[in-house]
Design a protein around this ligand. Structure first.
Ligand SMILES: [Zn+2]
Length: 465
């Protein structure tokens, strides 16, 4: 049996790992898109394996850096099933279609420029049609029981608390008469998520493929950040009568913020101002969240005994239409606008920031990771101006950041997740999904608690297992 790593290898995005049995049958764990700078994006053109050789895909969760190349895999000859949890199937439907739309629109834009320079037009990485075919191959499977992936490989999904539907992938593999357990952690969540279940124990593994995103850091205390969030709303919307603009990822982060605002509303602490969620994808993701109550923890279920819909409150307005979004530019009263994209690099939130940055009454609040060149990161830099849509704008508004709205656990969460394992029974641990320096730190922590063989694979590197 062999394991090879074709993405999220010494980097965060592009999660893709191939398991090859001794008779050469292969399954693929995740099929993620590389995201970030041009160099990383370039890696999306070559899988490093033959898609038609893959018998089945097992997906850990719906995030695009774990699922976003499935349409390309299908386009290039993969014909098997794609296994995932029920909530992942729901989210993948909106995320893959959105991703295909972006691929098509971006290519159209680039081709306009190529046309004027007499260059051949480029083809999109994949189209809406490819995404639809990929989605037709999805097969959902419940958590906590084994199902057959291919003869000789069984899989059990267990809760990992990262986003709605996210799971650890526990494989039981019988190859050449021997049985081995492999756990692919996917992305590990926090133990203090406001409405998702905690990560759960998983069967003792012989091999663990473990994520490493925050392998070297600890998050701020969640309760402390709730207070900071409340103070920012008070200062911006009540004292200065300004607008609070929050760039937020459509899946996960937006629902967390709406839920936090609902909590303030229930406590009678939310000022009587409008809260706009301005993103069709965020609206769709919120509907899917509401539908998948089986993923909820006991805290939100307790809240729901009194408040049937904790993702809605009196002054909350979901904005779907583009025209209604543009009307918000004329809105004069204090308000909160939550809009995508999360790094403020594109999408409606970029327009809201451009319209509101040069007014000292307003605040732009960054609540998630921002890639160093993104608008979100440039706003946080200690510079008086920032370039948006080709224009230099003054940063008269306040720019604030709250760190703890993270879907990933920190290293103490990850160690807690791994605490159900006897490290001496784990033959090999492979670290994926992290920046290299972070992974080295995480590796040292794991060696200290008794994991003897910890490897940090390079892109396309293969190991006998
Ligand atoms: Zn993720």
């Amino acid at each position: 049996m062999k394991l090879s790593f074709h993405g999220a290898a010494r980097t965060v995005t592009g999660s893709k790992h191939v398991l090859t049995l001794s008779d050469n049958r292969k399954i693929l764990l995740d099929c993620g898109l590389f995201q970030g700078g041009r160099e990383l994006q370039g890696l999306n053109h070559d899988f490093g394996f033959e898609p038609s050789d893959i018998s089945a895909v097992v997906l850990s969760h719906a995030h695009i850096d774990h699922s976003g190349l499935l349409p390309k895999l299908v386009k290039e000859g993969f014909t098997g099933p794609i296994y995932c949890s029920p909530a992942t199937a729901d989210l993948a439907e909106i995320l893959l279609k959105d991703s295909a739309k972006i691929q098509e629109e971006d290519t159209k834009f680039i081709n306009k420029r190529r046309h004027s320079s007499d260059l051949e037009p480029l083809k999109p990485l994949y189209t809406m049609k490819d995404a639809e075919i990929a989605l037709s191959r999805f097969v959902d499977r419940k958590l906590n029981y084994y199902f057959e992936v291919i003869p000789g490989i069984e899989c059990m999904y267990t809760e990992v608390g990262h986003i709605l539907g996210s799971c650890a992938v526990n494989l039981k593999i019988t190859d050449k008469g021997k049985t081995k357990n492999i756990c692919f952690t996917g992305d590990i969540g926090r133990y203090s998520h406001p409405f998702l279940k905690n990560p759960e124990k998983f069967p003792q593994a012989d091999i663990i493929i473990c994520e490493s995103t925050y392998g070297d850091s600890l998050h701020d205390d969640a309760a402390l950040n709730e207070n900071i969030f409340y103070e920012i709303i008070q200062e911006t919307c009540v004292e200065r009568k300004g607008k609070l603009i929050i760039p937020a990822f459509s899946v996960g982060r937006t629902q967390e913020i709406v839920y936090a605002l609902n909590k303030l509303d229930l406590a009678g602490k939310l000022p009587p101002i409008k809260v706009f969620v301005d993103s069709p994808l965020s609206i769709a993701a919120t509907e899917i969240t509401k539908k998948n109550k089986g993923c909820f923890n006991r805290h939100i279920l307790k809240v729901m005994e009194k408040d049937k819909d904790p993702f809605d409150f009196k002054n909350l307005v979901y904005v779907s239409e583009k025209l209604d979004s543009q009307v918000l530019n004329e809105y004069k009263d204090p308000c909160i606008i939550i809009s995508a994209s999360g790094m403020a690099e594109f999408g409606r939130v970029k327009h809201h920031i451009a319209h509101n940055l040069e007014n000292e009454k307003n605040t732009i609040l960054i609540v998630g990771y921002c890639e160093p060149n993104s608008l979100g990161a440039r706003l946080l830099k200690d510079e008086p101006q920032v370039r948006i849509f080709g224009q230099y704008l003054n940063k008269y508004a306040q720019i604030k950041k709250i760190k703890s709205f993270s879907a990933h656990g920190d290293y103490s969460d990850m160690l807690q997740f791994l605490s159900c394992q006897d490290p001496k029974k784990v033959e090999k641990m492979f670290l994926v999904h992290g920046e290299e320096d972070v992974q080295l730190n995480w590796k040292n922590k794991l060696i200290k608690i008794g994991y003897d063989f910890v490897e940090i694979p390079k892109l396309h590197q293969e190991f006998f297992a």
